[in-house]
Design a protein around this ligand. Structure first.
Ligand SMILES: *Cc1c(COP(=O)(O)O)cnc(C)c1O
Length: 231
């Protein structure tokens, strides 16, 4: 089931790339394995997946040692400062930097361990009150400020688009995130060269790829519905 789902999602990504003249190699499919058991992750791994996304630091920390070392773990969820230590040496990227205090704390922990960690800045494109993320109009200022911090590398932007039945509704947010990324790059801020765009989930990843996503985060479409009743 997981293998078939992965093939279907990858085929949809390839088709979307073909439609807009992109190379599918530019798009990383991140299999979002939150709440799912290690056996299912292993199944996806055997089918060739190497990039996995988790949104809870504790869960990432527990799962990482149970899978081979060549898995790339993406921290995609809200991160509290006191949990950074759980994931900083396990995650290949933190997608959800949305405050100066968080960026400073990630930087400090990275310095302490003498590692460099790639991060994305989370932007709340639709201005939803229930969502984390920097407002688009504040993103440049924010990036200027955190660009001076040691041992973090700002590699791009991330967004979680609104929940909708019609993915076309989210096209504008993906398009605007890409535009924001290009605009900020053109400011030539020291230490900032952003080219990664983490956008698109099960309901809207095809549209996100058409609008320039370089990473899509797909959970349900690969592993099936999540069951939160056991937690
Ligand atoms: C859960 C989650 C996803 C995957 O959601 P699906 O709709 O199941 O594909 C993507 N991104 C983030 C940040 C998530 O928390």
């Amino acid at each position: 089931m997981i293998r078939e789902n992965l093939e279907k999602v990858q085929a949809n990504i390839n088709d979307a790339c073909a439609r807009c003249g992109r190379d599918p190699k530019e798009v990383t499919l991140i299999a979002v394995s939150k709440t799912k058991p290690v056996e299912m992750i292993r199944e996806a791994y055997e089918a060739g997946t190497r990039a996995f996304g988790e949104n809870k630091p504790q869960e990432l920390k527990d799962k990482a040692p149970q899978l081979p070392d060549d898995v790339q773990w993406h921290m995609i969820g809200h991160l509290q400062r006191n949990k950074i230590k759980y994931i900083i040496d396990k995650a290949c990227m933190i997608h959800s930097v949305d405050s100066e205090r968080l960026a400073e704390a990630i930087s400090a922990e990275a310095v302490k361990r003498d590692i460099k960690i790639p991060v994305l800045v989370e932007v709340n494109m639709a201005g939803e009150e229930t969502k984390d993320g920097i407002a688009p109009e504040e993103a440049e200022d924010f990036i200027r400020k955190i660009s001076r911090l040691p041992n973090i590398r700002i590699e791009g932007l991330m967004t979680i688009a609104p929940f909708t039945d019609n993915p076309e509704d989210n096209r504008i947010y993906f398009r605007n995130l890409k535009k924001l990324c290009v605009d900020i790059n053109e400011k030539n801020i020291d230490n900032v060269f952003m080219c990664k765009l983490s956008m698109g989930m099960t309901g809207d990843y095809v549209v996100a790829v058409e609008e320039g996503a370089t990473m899509v985060r797909v959970g349900t479409g690969i592993f099936g519905e999540r069951d939160y009743s056991m937690r």
